[in-house]
Ligand binder design. Sequence first.
Ligand code: ADP
Length: 456
Amino acid sequence: MSNIIGSEEWCSFNELQIPAIKARIDSGAKTSSIQATNIKRVIRKGIPYVDFEVNPIQDNRSVSVFCSAKIVDTRVIKSSSGTTQKRYVIKTPLTINGHTFEIELTLANRDSMDYRMLLGREAMSGRFLVDPSKHFLAGDFEESAFFDLYKHLYKEKTGLRIGLLATNRELYSNKRLMEAALARGHEIQFLNIQHCYMKLDAQTPEVRYRGGNILDEFDAVIPRIRPSMTFYGCALLRQFDSIGTYCLNSSASISQSRDKLFSSQLFSKNGIQIPVTGFAKSPLETKDLIDMVGGSPLIIKLLESTQGKGVVSAETNKAAESVINAFKSLQANILVQEFIKEAEGKDIRCFVVDGKVVASIMRQAPKGEFRSNIHQGGTAHKVKITVEERRLAIKASKILNLDVAGVDIIRSNKGPLLLEVNSSPGLEGIENATGKDIANTIIMAIEKKLKYQPKD
Ligand code: ADP
């Protein structure tokens, strides 16, 4: 048997009862890793073990193999998206190209791995040479033969139908929501916002899809509406609501949360603490606007800002005045806000589902930067929040009436302050940093709303 393997190969793990899994052969990585979910450390007869699930089929979480192995080590890994993760290391026999040998394997919890498994150079050294231009030199599978290996693990269909109303099905969050719905035995269809259209009529209102199909069979719709699609996406949601489809986050609550001025007014009216903030239209009152929020240093934000792109700080009143006047001359809508220096470039993202904080992370800005957004080079890690912060996150999402919300909080000398509430919070950063299956939690919240009882 040849000792040359390609850049993708099929492997199997006898002890873990994984008869086949596609691996990317990556000599750039030292250790091998496998994608695992529901990772739990347990003690058996005084020895630390890890229980976990592997979904051996790509983009499909309805098939789960339950595994358990002794923990041989724990390592902290930093992913390319800036999150750090503690990973367990196990040892188990691997079979590839007719050879079986023991390898070290880290359990990677839902990061952006394109493959369910990655075979690093440690496992290959002295055994195989890699020809990166080739694939499956050790033999390939027919897709149906591969699926047959896991037939006994397929879930029964529940009959629940969900629509995912979004723009890009390849986004991490959208892929995860589709996987999670399938994993629970539901049907889910991706609905591109731009391909939906509506019939307004008192008797028979409709939503139709490209090709003319009438979308009347959905029990629920999950909106994932990007800011540029708010107007049309919300109109569609109202239409789904009028034909009796449950919408996870209503049209009204999404529009409200997208309007930073309106939502800030709702927060102050309801006694929610936010950094002192000023809004204005005419450039004449610039000086007073600056004084009103306590003078420099201060923050100036474009109302349409996302990912921290439209947020700047001004160290002096003079600088603040110039920036405000420059923005105003461009007719941009802005807000001026006291700078929370003591936050030291950190903020907290609480992920709220159905009135509960299900996960929270702290984001830290890189050195010399005050914006903690991952897109600005920030890093994220799991954080334990205080009772007060939890209350604030829950109250803010309740005021906006959001079933799912990403609530951003900044820690100040006055206590936690609310920065912003996001109605389509991303799953990637929070799932990677906390290891939690948030997509599954969201699908479970839909089941609860629809009063659906899972059989098991
Ligand atoms: P965006 O919606 O573009 O992400 P944010 O209002 O969330 O804008 O601000 C981006 C980042 O800037 C926040 O995550 C936070 O780290 C930092 N930031 C925002 N407002 C303040 C403030 N008032 N004081 C200190 N830092 C702030």
